[in-house]
Design a protein around this ligand. Structure first.
Ligand code: UDX
Length: 438
């Protein structure tokens, strides 16, 4: 099939390369010339395991190209919209500027029989609105909503072998059948034996995505709330999570207490969902998401307070080593990163923060040049009064007291992700603190 992907950011670049990998002929379009230049040369503009490999193999096959010229989409019949829906400045709502601009730019190049497929996470009601726009501008063209559930760090795998697919399609039976057939063909090689497929209406497809993210955020904040109680009660939240996770109705995944969630999806999605519910006159139904957000932000404050307390009441002029800046491991994404937020807050208190990360330094430096960034753990911990492990990269998980204790000025460590062994660090004489573990 001939496919276009409009928007070559995180979602779009992976989607375009994965579709080519699945055998389609794909053009990825973006207004950002530097991004298109990098992708055209087979370079991923961000860190994502597996993406450089499929970019190279898809480009070599001749099935994948990138362009800034929207006219290049003309021979494609399925057009994915994969632009961002960030939080609107000064508001909780999603900023729909990019989605609307992408559809407007696409319209002059559409023809009868084409299918526009939205992948972006949008406020419920968007697909119906855009379907009307597409149909009015191009008779015979149609729109579907096909939310994306990929996780950063696993984006290639999640796209090539998704754990489920959701199609939100027209309520006109003929259009619906054509749209479903086109999407089935797009995903024929991605749909493994028994991969669940939910074919539904626009509103349900939009809500599936945002409710999945709201549920995941709620699960994390639930365990973080319990971790606040575990901390004062002297209980161990990790063992508690193991124990409740054995109940198949609960499950152990997404019950890791720590400094909370960040990234380009969960924080802005729960806020946008609440804002949309208010617009629909049902704000009360989602008030709990405000609490989910508040619990999450409290985790960052807790680490800052703990640092101050462990340093004897003030952080001013004290050297603090920060290990990890990305919002999670295997990503260079620093959007709404709890780790970076903590580093910035401590810097604001006058601490001398020395921060490192295997892949996120350049992104962090561009946003917060006031911080001091170093390339290695050794440089970060040199003369540090306290060490903070804030993103659980595998190399930080493997740290032992012997690796760093000769370099530090004070044997104090906060394990913000509950990944180190408390007995190991305590027996080596460290003041080891974790999140909700004694
Ligand atoms: C998320 C959803 O998982 C994905 O399905 C959706 O398409 C986009 O949003 P992503 O943002 O890539 O994906 O990251 P995810 O793995 O969900 O982690 C989100 C945040 O939650 C990270 O900051 C992570 O550190 C944190 N987290 C996750 C926890 O604090 N505890 C956990 O148990 C799990």
């Amino acid at each position: 099939m001939k496919i276009s992907v409009v928007g070559c950011g995180y979602l779009g670049a992976v989607h375009a390369a994965a579709m080519a990998e699945l055998g389609h002929t794909v053009v990825g379009v973006d207004v950002d010339e530097r991004k298109i230049e990098a992708l055209s040369e087979g370079r991923a503009p961000f860190f994502e395991p597996g993406l450089p490999e499929i970019l190279t193999s898809a480009s070599a096959s001749g099935r994948l190209r990138f362009s800034t010229d929207m006219a290049e989409v003309a021979d494609a019949t399925v057009h994915f919209i994969a632009v961002g829906t960030p939080q609107k400045p000064g508001s909780h709502s999603a900023d729909m500027t990019y989605v609307d601009a992408a559809v407007d730019a696409l319209l002059p190049h559409l023809k009868a029989g084409d299918l526009v497929v939205g992948k972006s996470t949008v406020p419920v009601g968007t697909a119906a609105r855009l379907a009307a726009t597409v149909k009015a501008a191009v008779p015979g063209a149609d729109l579907a909503w096909n939310p994306e559930f990929l996780r950063e760090g696993f984006a290639v795998k999640d796209t090539i072998s998704p754990d489920r697919l959701v199609y939100g399609i027209s309520d006109d039976a003929d259009l619906a059948a054509t749209a479903k057939a086109a999407l089935d063909e797009v995903y024929s090689k991605a749909l493994g034996e028994g991969t669940p497929l939910v074919v539904t209406d626009y509103a349900t497809a939009e809500l599936v995505k945002i409710s999945a993210n709201a549920f995941l955020a709620t699960k994390i904040s639930f365990i973080n709330a319990i971790s606040e109680i575990a901390e004062v009660a002297g209980a161990n939240v990790s063992e508690l999570a193991d124990a409740i996770g054995y109940d198949a109705r609960i499950g152990r995944r997404f019950l890791n207490a720590g400094i909370g969630f960040g990234g380009g999806c969960l924080p802005k999605d729960i806020r946008a969902f609440g804002a949309r519910a208010e617009e629909l006159g049902r704000g009360e139904a989602l008030t709990f998401l405000k609490e989910v957000d508040a619990i999450n932000l409290r985790r960052r404050q807790r680490v800052v307070d703990m640092v101050v307390e462990m340093l004897g009441g003030q952080a001013f002029d004290k050297k603090v080593a920060v290990l990890g800046l990305a919002f999670k491991p295997d990503s260079d994404d620093i959007r709404d990163s709890p780790a970076l937020d903590i580093a910035v807050q401590l810097n604001g208190l006058g601490a001398v923060v020395s921060a490192t990360d295997p892949h996120a330094i350049s992104n962090a430096k561009a946003k917060h040049p006031q911080l001091h960034f170093v390339e290695s753990v050794g440089e970060a911990v040199a003369h540090a009064e306290i060490v903070l492990l804030l993103t659980e990269w595998s190399e930080y998980r493997a740290l032992t007291p012997a690796d760093i204790e000769s370099a530090v000025a004070g044997k104090r460590i906060i394990d913000g992700r509950n990944v180190l062994s408390s007995p190991e660090w305590r027996s080596a004489g460290w003041d080891y603190r974790a999140m909700g573990r004694p």
